[in-house]
Design a protein around this ligand. Structure first.
Ligand SMILES: *[C@@H]1O[C@H](CO)[C@@H](O)[C@H](O)[C@H]1NC(C)=O
Ligand SMILES: *[C@@H]1O[C@H](CO)[C@@H](O)[C@H](O)[C@H]1NC(C)=O
Ligand SMILES: *[C@@H]1O[C@H](CO)[C@@H](O)[C@H](O)[C@H]1NC(C)=O
Ligand SMILES: *[C@@H]1O[C@H](CO)[C@@H](O)[C@H](O)[C@H]1NC(C)=O
Length: 315
């Protein structure tokens, strides 16, 4: 009896949180209501925002409901040993916030114009020793810098780890390696390519835990996007070596830089099929490119404005 009563309640009020599934949070300042969507009644259990501090939109939500994972986005090459990131994370830990994981630099092998942090391995290594090593001592799990999906990623990481080890060992015979717990990757192409990208890293570092911290099937049709979405989700959830994943698409179609059909929201801020599936809910049938959109609203305002002027002149 109890079970029969409880079941509909569960179905009506909540979906099970998926511990691997996270959010790449890209705040929408024009439509702050979009920001509130993700943690509510959702399978998404954690998020990152490319910053060391949590987003104001989620300030009231506990770590156990929606865990914040801080990131040091890049490194100031003129001041690589700046410890702002460490201090910001320690402040959260000291204040009782249960920070369990942190992320290294965003696309250090990519240039600024494509969103990379354009950081040399030896510069990144200096920053790592100052900002990340002390967090490992406090039990926080460290994610290596997330390189682009390009060929430069592996050489960058090898050099980074070598440089880091040199700094930590400080010329002593007893070589030490820098600490890290998992390896984030980014991927915007097909599933076959994603798997081979991941397997290449599993061969280099046997037993490695992979986090896919940015992915989508960029600039593809809605059918291709949805098939890719389903296949990758199943692969991530079923593979023990995948520790976390965050789809890149939690924004409206019109602002997407990875194609108009990959997004979780249409131009009115309504959940698309993939957006709803990602949250653990059922299809909505909402076309990503549907909705009026901001640019259309702006041009309407201009049209109405000039019509008003015409009317005024006529009168
Ligand atoms: C912090 O969160 C982790 C993962 O959810 C949990 O295992 C751990 O017990 C928590 N620690 C504290 C002090 O609450
Ligand atoms: C970093 O690594 C590269 C390649 O292994 C090496 O040439 C360079 O000397 C290293 N730099 C530092 C500061 O350790
Ligand atoms: C350091 O890392 C290198 C490369 O992965 C590995 O060959 C070596 O055994 C490691 N050394 C220590 C002391 O763990
Ligand atoms: C994707 O999965 C959903 C269920 O989660 C299903 O309804 C849909 O038909 C699938 N689409 C494709 C293209 O596999």
């Amino acid at each position: 009896m109890v079970i029969r009563l409880a079941l509909p309640l569960l179905a009506a009020t909540g979906v099970l949180a998926n511990p691997k599934r996270g959010l790449v949070f890209v705040p929408n300042e024009d439509h702050p209501e979009d920001n509130k969507i993700w943690p509510e009644d959702s399978a998404i259990s954690w998020y990152y925002n490319y910053e060391s501090r949590p987003s104001p939109a989620f300030a009231d939500i506990s770590q156990s409901d929606f865990a914040f994972v801080p990131m040091q986005w890049g490194v100031d090459a003129n001041n690589p040993t700046d410890d702002t990131f460490l201090r910001n994370v320690e402040e959260q830990l000291d204040g009782g916030t249960n920070i369990t994981h942190v992320l290294g630099f965003n696309e250090p092998d990519g240039t600024l114009d494509i969103g990379g942090s354009d950081t040399l391995p030896e510069v990144a290594a200096e920053a790592w020793v100052v900002n990340f090593e002390p967090l490992a001592k406090r039990g926080v799990k460290l994610g290596l810098p997330a390189c682009t999906g390009g060929w430069d990623g592996m050489p960058w990481l090898r050099q980074f780890l070598g440089n880091c080890s040199e700094i930590l060992s400080d010329g002593k015979d007893d070589k030490k390696n820098c600490t890290w717990d998992f390896l984030p990757v980014h991927w915007y192409d097909n599933v076959e390519g994603l798997k081979s990208h991941i397997n290449e890293r599993r061969e280099e570092w046997p037993g490695v835990e992979i986090w896919v911290t940015e992915y989508a099937y960029a600039h593809k049709s809605l059918d291709e996007v949805q098939e890719h979405f389903n296949t990758t989700l199943e692969y991530f959830d079923d593979s023990d070596f995948i520790g976390g994943y965050t789809y890149f698409g939690a924004f409206r179609s019109e602002v997407s830089n990875v194609g108009p059909d990959v997004t979780f929201l249409n131009n009115d801020g309504k959940l698309t099929d993939v957006g709803s599936w990602y949250m653990g809910r059922s299809a909505t049938g909402v076309d990503p490119q549907s909705g009026r959109g901001e640019s259309v609203m702006i041009s309407w305002a201009i049209v109405l404005g000039s019509m008003g002027m015409v009317t005024a002149l006529l009168l």
